[in-house]
Design a protein around this ligand. Structure first.
Ligand code: ZN
Length: 189
């Protein structure tokens, strides 16, 4: 098993899923209180190795009615606000395609594979492997990586390219990912 993402062979057929690398999730003054500067730097390093990059973004319009997820997480990723924008340090020129999720006010989409047509799109790319990173463990990147395995892809999650929510049981989060078949690299010591 690979221990470092640097040792994983990345080709043009490798699909890199960048999950919610948006200011509301990645900046210390964002609504989730997570500092993602180091994470964005690691995501940039992986993108620079030229995988096919698919970004998903949380996108919750305030109208017609408030989004269901605001009850749990507070208002976030509202189109037209800075928090909904990509982290300013993210090399967005490497992004090949973007999917928005959570537009439906009743649907809290954590797992990017729940986006309509997403799985079919990834299958069409015929990836040699899938790498998942972004924000924030143990929610969106974790669930997306587990669904990627379920969809039949060899799936890597580089820990240092993911934001981790403050109260996360790190050991438990890693065990759950590995039990599902996700290859977790750069695991914390
Ligand atoms: Zn959300």
């Amino acid at each position: 098993m690979a221990q470092k993402i640097q040792e994983v062979r990345i080709t043009s057929r490798t699909v890199f899923l960048v999950i919610e690398a948006q200011i509301d999730f990645t900046r210390i003054y964002g609504k989730f209180g997570i500092n993602g500067a180091a994470v964005i730097s690691e995501i940039n390093k992986i993108m620079a190795r030229r995988p096919y990059v698919v970004a998903t973004v949380d996108w919750h319009p305030l109208k017609p009615i408030s989004h269901i997820s605001f009850k749990q997480w507070g208002q976030h990723c509202v189109p037209g606000t800075s928090g909904a924008m990509y982290d300013p340090d993210l090399d967005i020129g490497h992004i090949d395609v973007e999917f928005k999720k959570g537009i439906d006010p009743d649907d809290d989409v954590y797992d990017s594979f729940k986006i309509p047509h997403f799985e079919q799109f990834i299958k069409m790319l015929d990836p040699d492997k899938v790498i998942v990173a972004g924000s924030a463990i143990p929610v969106c990147p974790s669930l997306t990586a587990m669904s990627s395995v379920a969809a039949g892809f060899e799936t890597y999650l580089p820990w240092n390219a993911c934001c981790v929510m403050e109260d996360t049981d790190i050991g438990k989060a890693i065990v759950e990912l590995e039990r599902a078949g996700v290859i977790v690299t750069n695991t914390p010591k």
